[in-house]
Design a protein around this ligand. Sequence first.
Ligand code: S3P
Length: 434
Amino acid sequence: MMNNTSLIINSSKELIGDIMIPGDKSITHRAIILGSLCSGKVIISNGLFSEDCLKTISCFKQMGVEIKTNDCSIEIIGKGLRSLIAPKEILDTGNSGTLARLLSGILSCQNFDSSINGDESLNSRPMKRIIDPLTSLGAIIKSKDYKLPISFKASNSLIPIAYKSPIPSAQIKSCLLLAALFIDGESVISEETKTRDHTERLLKYLGYPFEVNDKAIVIRGNGSLSARAIDIPSDISSAAFFIVAALITQGSDILLTNIGTNPLRTGIIDVLIAMGADIKLIKNRLIGDEPVSDIRIKYSRLNSINISGKIISRLIDELPILFIACAICDGTSTINDIKELRYKESDRILSMETGLKKLGIDVTSTENSISIIGGSINGGIIDSFGDHRVAMSFLIAGLVSKKPITVRNTENINTSFPTFIDILREQNIDIYKI
Ligand code: S3P
């Protein structure tokens, strides 16, 4: 998503007190999607009202689902698994890879034709990873070069899924799980590296039967989802920006409440603690079927880190802000096995390397890795490359920069964290638009 709003941030004093992080993006998408397939009323509280999630609401409204929103909740009147109707227009999935891929699983199995499109960034992202397995079930999907826009032909008789994803991706897994709901017979979906399991947890919470053995999910289609209220934990991926902000800004001591701490999402906390961070998880509890904690963070001197392998999928969205922590800590950090970062809202290895170098940090990269030599951050003008997490990461770097940092193309922050700038201002941080 490209636009012209630039933000300038000046270095800041400590961050103090309680900070309210909005609802989890991944879980909000899934709550709207599965809520729309339930029979009965589903009230979603603490859902994320970001541009990405509003697109999910709009897509399901276009398929006949009654969805109302007010300041703090989303109310869905679901009419069951088989209740969706043909959208009159092409469905717009905006900037959201999660929406495009999860929705594709559902649209492949409907008795109507449909099409989806996205913005410039999303239309350049790979869809072969879902088109191939869906096509192997018998879905009829048309695309140019395996990119959006794509269209789906009505299909009633797909064969059950037996698929192991070669890529560690919760979007691929969830796309296929959602397709499996509409397919007669037993589907088996497995993954080599475990990825976030929000779809599975929500299916279970809504009473849909399936089994998990080791790394395979065994699920039969045409069951039913029972309508229940869904409370969404706050987003650890958004929290990560303020966790790092507090860790790098001298004297900081903050408390983030109600943060989702699903073990498949907490890699960032494990890695920062290994770097020397003072982070404490308190009041550990469950919301629905999701673990949640309050998180207290104090300023800490951080050491460099070397990471690779299975931890990467547990912190995939937090890598840009982790790179900022690495740029500020002592020593050289190397992060391997991160090729997937090249397929996000921007090529995040390239976007972060370009920005960090502009700020005076020594960075080298390969196709699959990055090495960052910790140093001190000079000011400069950074491009977000239309990527919300790149924009927020460099704004956080501004808290400890010798000179102001200007980040260009920042409207994209609204896709995931619309209150990000308000929170910075509440902390008396000097940030303004130009
Ligand atoms: C997501 C899965 C991850 C993540 C994305 C959200 C999800 O993508 O990067 O922001 O909600 O399933 P991949 O499945 O492509 O790794």
